[in-house]
Design a binder for this molecule. Structure first.
Ligand code: F6P
Length: 321
């Protein structure tokens, strides 16, 4: 009987539970045993695990977060930590370990594969910043959550004829900012990838759009581009128009997953286990050109990040009229 381990690592994302359920139930269907490792790579080092059954994953498909908990482990960054984690995998007789997480977790998976552990990676992060896949579990829910929050902020912004700076997550990646920028009809989208940020230009745009009759000015600021609170103060001083900052923060990471996140996560979870039953080693379950595929982990990690420049170009065309 084969044994599969499953863990979630890095920032939680809505749909991780649906992926765990896909892994557990597919493994049981295929006659495998499943071990759930708690708190990501740290749980492997600490040998913190539970045996999972079909019932362990009841009532979780609709829940945000992760029932296995998650962590960012400093100890796992060290060679000793990685060896301790690999030792646990051997003691548990794991034929494969399914790792649900972002690009940092994929790098950790590659380190484990170098120590002889068979790893299957599933992309789970709200950031949608993993080069080898067009989709990451949680992005769809996160952008929809952010979009709805920005719609609400816009009501207040318009009523008070203010400028609103709304900071969204994404680490070094502007996908959430870009998608919300388009979906919310923002006047400015400030992205880490397109660092054409020019505050004087923003001041001019605010004044121009006010003259054109616009009653608000929505600026979506990707985290890391600049301090939103300080930016609001500077813009207010330069334009004479009241400006406020809102940092959406963790509300983007929690909440019930969208239909897309539940369905795609279920499929990816199932595919990871099917790949193990087919004897595959060290793969990423990815979405490429609209299809679910499995690709070699190290080839996936070596791929270059592509930013959708077209989206940015068109957003500028739509928002400045
Ligand atoms: O990777 C998901 C993410 O929410 C990023 O968008 C953000 O930069 C980071 O995690 C925040 O990390 P932490 O969980 O340490 O606050």
């Amino acid at each position: 009987m084969k044994t599969i381990g499953v863990l979630t690592s890095g920032g939680d994302s809505p749909g991780m539970n649906a992926a765990i359920r896909g892994v557990v139930r597919t493994a049981i269907t295929l006659g495998m045993k499943v071990v759930g490792v708690r708190r990501g790579f740290q749980g492997l080092i600490d040998n913190d695990h539970e045996h999972m059954t079909g019932r362990s994953v009841s009532e979780i498909i609709q829940r945000g977060g992760t029932i296995l908990y998650t962590a960012r482990s400093d100890e796992f960054m060290t060679r000793a930590g990685q060896e301790a984690a690999a030792k646990t995998c051997r003691e548990l007789n794991l034929d494969a370990l399914v790792i649900i997480g972002g690009d940092g977790s994929f790098k950790g998976a590659a380190d484990l594969s170098d120590l002889g552990i068979n790893v299957m990676c599933i992309p789970g992060t709200i950031d949608q910043d993993i080069s080898c896949t067009e989709y990451t579990i949680g992005f769809d829910t996160a952008v929809n959550t952010a979009m709805e929050a920005i719609d609400k902020i816009r009501d207040t912004s318009t009523s008070h004829e203010r400028c609103s700076i709304i900071e969204v997550m994404g680490r070094h990646n502007g996908q959430i900012a870009l998608w919300c920028g388009i979906a919310n009809g923002a006047e400015e989208i400030l992205l880490p990838e397109n660092y054409d940020y020019n505050e004087q230009k923003i001041v001019e745009n605010i004044i121009k759009s006010r003259k054109k009759g616009k009653r608000h000015h929505i600026i979506i600021n990707a985290e890391g581009v600049g301090d939103s609170e300080k930016m609001a103060k500077r813009l207010e001083a330069a334009t004479g128009i009241s400006a406020r900052a809102t940092i959406l923060g963790y509300m983007q990471r929690g909440g019930n997953p969208s239909c897309k996140d539940r369905v795609y996560a279920s499929i990816m979870g199932a595919m990871a286990v099917e790949a193990v039953s087919q004897g595959k080693k060290n793969r990423v379950i990815a979405r490429v050109k609209g299809e679910f595929v499995d690709i070699d982990l190290k080839e996936g990690l070596a791929m270059e990040k592509k930013f959708p420049q077209e989206y940015y170009r068109i957003s500028k065309q739509l928002d400045r009229v």
